[in-house]
Every structure is written in C-alpha cells, then in structure tokens.
Ligand binder design. Sequence first.
Ligand code: CAO
Length: 438
Amino acid sequence: MSIKEVIVPDIGNFKDVEVIEIMVKAGDTLAADESIMTVESDKAAMDIPAPFAGTVTELKIQVGDKVAAGSLVLLMDTSAAVAPTAAAPVVKSFTPAAAAVVATVPPPSHPAPEVPAHIAPKHRPAPVAEHAEFAAGKLSHASPAIRRFARELGADLSRIQGSGPRKRILKEDVQEWIKAELAKPTGEAIGLGLTPAPVIDFAQFGDIETQALSRIKKLSGANLHRNWVSAPHVTQFDEADITDLEDFRKSMLDEAAKRGVKLTLLAFLMKAVVNALRTYPQFNASLAADGENLVLKKYFNIGFACDTPDGLVVPVVRDVNKKDVMDIARDLAEMSELARERKLKVDAMQGGCFTISSLGGIGGTLFTPIINCPEVAILGLSRADYKPVWNKATKTFEPRLMLPLSLSYDHRVIDGADGARFTSHLRLMLSDVRRLLL
Ligand code: CAO
C-alpha cells in the first residue's frame, strides 16, 4: 500500500473557505483530476480535483468544515494507480503552486498502472478558468461539477433556482429544470425564437408567497398566449349611443322578471353582433388549417367571457340568430351560473363563431381583448357612461349614455376598413334597436 495525503491546493487569497459538498467516500477509486469536493467562499464555489489517481482510504474533512491551502482533505492509496508525472495536466493546469499539494507518505515505490478507461473523467475540468472566475466572483451559485453537468445538458444556470443551502443549485435542480423545459410549449414550437425570460428570485426583494395556478388558468393562459402571438391583432375602438336601448331595457325589466329572466345589456349586444356578422360574413369565419382558405360559417354561436373563481371560461350561446333577446338573456344567466359552479360541460364551450368580453359591470374605459382563435374577432365592452354628445340638429350638447366598444380582429383575415365598418354597424344597431327587427 502506498498512502498519500491530499491537501487543499493554493486557492489564491481565499482562507477559511467552507466545504459545501464532498463527492467521494472511503473506498472510491478516483482518476487524477476527478472532483473530490466543492469549497465555497462568500463570492463563489470551486471544485478541488484529485491531484493523482488512487483509492480513497480515509476522509479527513466533512461538509461544513472550513479549509485553506494546505488543509488535509483525505488519504489515498496510490499503489494501484498512476503516479503523477511532471506533465500531468491536472497539476499543470490548476495552478503552478498546486504541484505542492501532494505530501507523499511514503514516496511511490513504483509507477502505478494506467487508469482504467471506465473511471477516467470524460470531461476534464478547466480549473484555471474556474479559479479565475471564482476569484472574480463571477460564477453562478453552483459548484463547478454542477456547472459542467448543466453545460453538458445545455441548461442555463442563470435561469435555475437553487434548492440547496444558501440557494445553491444542485444536480436535482438542473434535472428538474430540464424536465420542465422539455414539457413546456415553447416559442420555438411556432418559430418565434424568443429570448428566454430571466428567472428572478423575488424573495431577495421582500416577502413573497407562491400560489399554484388553477387548472383553468393554466389552460386558458397557454391558449391566450398562443392566440396572442399567432394572430396579428388590431383593436378598433368605438362608442355606441345606448341611451334609448338602456331606457327600453329598463322599461322591460319587470316584464322579463315575470318570465323569470334578468334582461341584460349583453343579451341585446349578442343580437346586434349577429346582425353585424350577417352583414360582414368574414367576421364569422376561421382560417382553414392549410392557411389557403377561409371557412365561412352559416351558424351563429356567440361565446361570452365569464369570470369565475377559477379563472376565465367562455360558454357559447348556440344559434343566437334563432333566439329572441329574452331567450338569450335566459341562456346567459344559466350558463354563467353553471360556469361559476364548475358544472359547465365541455361541449357548452365549443363551436363558437365570435366572442364578447364584457367588463362593463366592473369598470374601465377601453381594453384590447385577445381573439379566441380560431375565431377571427372578439368584441370587448367597457362601462357605459354619460357623455356630452353634439346634436347637429339642435346645435347643442346632449347627455347620452355611451358604450365603449373594443373590437380586436385578426388582420390576416380582416382589413382595417372592415374593422371600422363592423363597429360602425354595431353603433347603428345599438343606437336604435328597432333596426334589429329589420
Ligand atoms: N356599462 C355599464 N353598466 C353595465 C354594463 C356596461 N357595459 N354592463 C353591465 N352593466 C351593469 C348592469 O346594468 C348591472 O347593473 P345592475 O346590477 O345595477 O343591474 C351590472 O353591471 C351587472 O351586469 P349584468 O348582470 O348584466 O352582467 P353582465 O352582463 O355585465 O356580465 C358576465 C355577465 C358573465 C359577462 C360577467 O359576469 C362577467 O363574467 N364578466 C367578466 C368577463 C371577463 O372577465 N372578461 C375578460 C375576458 S379577457 O380577460
């Protein structure tokens, strides 16, 4: 047996650095240059490699110990391994002073055999570079072994959050990150080549709490994101005078209530939208999957965005063209209730032609709704308010109830001029709902 001491090499000006990881144990056979342990200062971490090949007979340190150049790390039996030579790359490349890390007890009596290929390190570390970066405090909070591991897998350490002591990145963190990245629908999937978003540890700025996203939020979020980036959106804003419509609706509330219906503004809007879709059929369409054709729909199913405790869902009112406003109002009430009670069936959210997103009951002036693809347009409604409107005939300003409209459309299918025509048509219908009968 030929026992040699392995001591911490010259690591520059660093004294009393902490041992944060030990990669070997007694009985392990090491190749020269294989990482033994990781030490960490308040700036960064670095691996200490084995200066020669051999078998670990005894560890002299443990995690948490403070070490400096010259500290005894372990004892190694080198009788069955290759003795270091003057040309050994590990000694040369680490630092010239590292040649002094071996205190031999006793000196090797004979040259050890070649290191078997299966234990030779596949990727030699680059201790000099790491040492320099360590000194400069530029490295991620991960040991060099983990950095090498991440490099081999193409993982970007700056985007990985560490779960180790002092948020150090562990091998499992890299593995979990890779798994999550593979499971993600990426921008690359549709050829966006997006720059990865930075992973930020918000806890460094103050207290935080992490909440899991609901299933609906995850699903709708992925769809909204895809729709937002895949359809070129334009949003046309407009205002409709609904003074007379509101007067009429209010005058009908009691009668509707007797029939068990809450007669809402949204029900009238659905009717007006169908009228506009008939006039401008390209809005009641979808791009064919081949991108060569437009599929024009002869049915009129209108979806409405419904806010539920679990997130946004879009129930679809079928055949709005065949229903009167009372029927539509009844459908809206029933479907919103089912949605909020999580009882809405999947087929009640399918087959839509066009969507209305009403935030009018909540507030706001205008917004840019995201198209519910493969539909090609969506109408946003904001809070109606009284505004002074110029009356050309009487040459006076009159207080009129104005409903803000925000129409987002897919510019691949709809031209800007048609977008403005569509909202102008809606204005006309809403300013005098008798027109809906024609
Ligand atoms: N302007 C002013 N007031 C309005 C209004 C408008 N555009 N629209 C509705 N209101 C008023 C109504 O008059 C009613 O007032 P009263 O309680 O005094 O009668 C109140 O707001 C509630 O309206 P409502 O019962 O008619 O309900 P609604 O049609 O506004 O909304 C629904 C129904 C399902 C659309 C709604 O509950 C909802 O979920 N909205 C959110 C949709 C959403 O999240 N969209 C965003 C999608 S993109 O992220």
